[in-house]
Unconditional design. Sequence first.
Length: 590
Amino acid sequence: MSAPATTRPHLHRAGTRFGGAAVRLALPALVVGAGAGAAAVVFRWLIEHATWVFSGHADYSATHGHPANPWVPWLGAGFVVLAPAVGGLLYGPLIQRFAREARGHGVPEVMFAVARSGGRIRGSVAVVKALASAICIGAGGSVGREGPIIQIGSALGSTIGRWMRMPEVRLKTLVACGAAGGISATFNAPVAGVFFALELLLRDFTPTSFGAVVIASVTAALIGRAAFGDTAFLHLPAIGSITAPEYLLFALLGLLAGAVGIGFTRVLYLIEDLCDVLWKATRGPEWLRPVAGGLLLGALLLVLPQMYGVGYPVLERGVGGEYAIGFLAVLVVGKVLATSLTLGIGGSGGVFAPSLFVGAMTGAGFGEVVAMVDPSMRGQVGAFAVVGMGAVFAGSTRAPITAGIMLFELTGDQALILPVFVAIVIATAVSKVLSRDTIYTLKLSRRGVDLTDSAVAPARSSGRTAGMSARPLGTVLTTEAPASRALEALEDSGGTAVTVVDGDGRFVGVVSARSVGDAVLGDTDFASRSVLDVVAETDPVPESADLEDVLTDVVDATETAGLPVVDAAGRPVGWLGQADVLRALVPAAV
């Protein structure tokens, strides 16, 4: 028995609307997520083996006593001076020759690709970024693996989307799917991966993009868990219950963390500028820069070996309360300098993990100071360290949702949810007061690219509006027409979508071959149905809209091959087909 006619239009229109884009993105998102998850596994394998080759240990930052490299024992602890330079000799030419976009921390390049390049990222970037970052980190570069895997996954998503000839809107979504998958598999944090992609890259929370990114993130998480196990990538101590008066302390930590996050950003680019000036003065080839700079980084590692590589074991010890307040301060300064120097000399790696490291040490130091004032708070040093991780990350990136969710996924401790969000909201506010840019957008701003909504330069206008370029509307049906009349109208129009209006002539929707076909299949009572039962919801184009503003919407309307144009009262006045808008814009583009 068929469903009552009164319920069918809503069900059909919802299915048509969601199925149109989201379902078509489901399989590509699944493929991109699987690819990003596999890439995360391979990338971690590359880092582990590169670290073993260059240091002779699984993670040199986890060692005690500054041991020698067993491959070259005669160098003693001094091997760390040469390791970054030797690594630079390998990844420097690789980046310079094959993909210069692989230099640096990667996320700004992905943000630029989404906002300015239509989601187009060369496939070679994924390979070069994986190799260069693995060598850089393995040779002692004090950077993270999360930024690279974001760029690797995004390049994979872009390559698959371009191979499938996806329109620009969906290509951008697949880029975000790759980034989400990389974060999800690396951190075992699928929810944080979703919000990272939506909050920082797409800045879009529509159901279509959300659904595709979720599919990719979950798929990547399953692959990551199969390879690494279903455990958090960090092993943090259990946190006790939080009392009401302590929230004021977490708020104060948020103030400090916001300032530290911006300080980290400023030092990072200050050292990068200094490296640029010094290297230009030498007039040496760019590929040799990581070699010469690697010696400076090696000297820093000789003094502070805890800065070797990503440094997660050191982070865990800091959260666990194993370091005195003086050494925590040294670690904060050391990590900022080591990360800045690694990137300044042309290294390849992320700032995601370093910001967590700096936050953990800042929070732990804050907790130690609190414990000195009130010894009863000694057991809460770990809580302050964990909250500091999220707060400094939020202060440097201004991604509070991602920061809060990630910390919850890492700890699984519900008692920390409110303290974390109190601190990250305040840190984000402080960050906005102190700086217009984040650690990601500042790199682009320095190139003259501004991604903030209020400062995006308007596109060059052709002076043509949708109404000027629209063609005659053709057949129009009213809501009282039977569904059979819609089928006849489609036949008369040669399959072109037919516009439907209400009794007052206002736009209701369109009837397409697909929407009629969905209703015909399996429905023996089609002849008695109303046209409302076969209407596909479509957003019309205002006749006063600039063609440049509606180009993407029209081109992406594959089901109807265009969109209806309506006047200020919502009455259809014409039809803007895909060829119509492109033909109108060609003279303006020449």
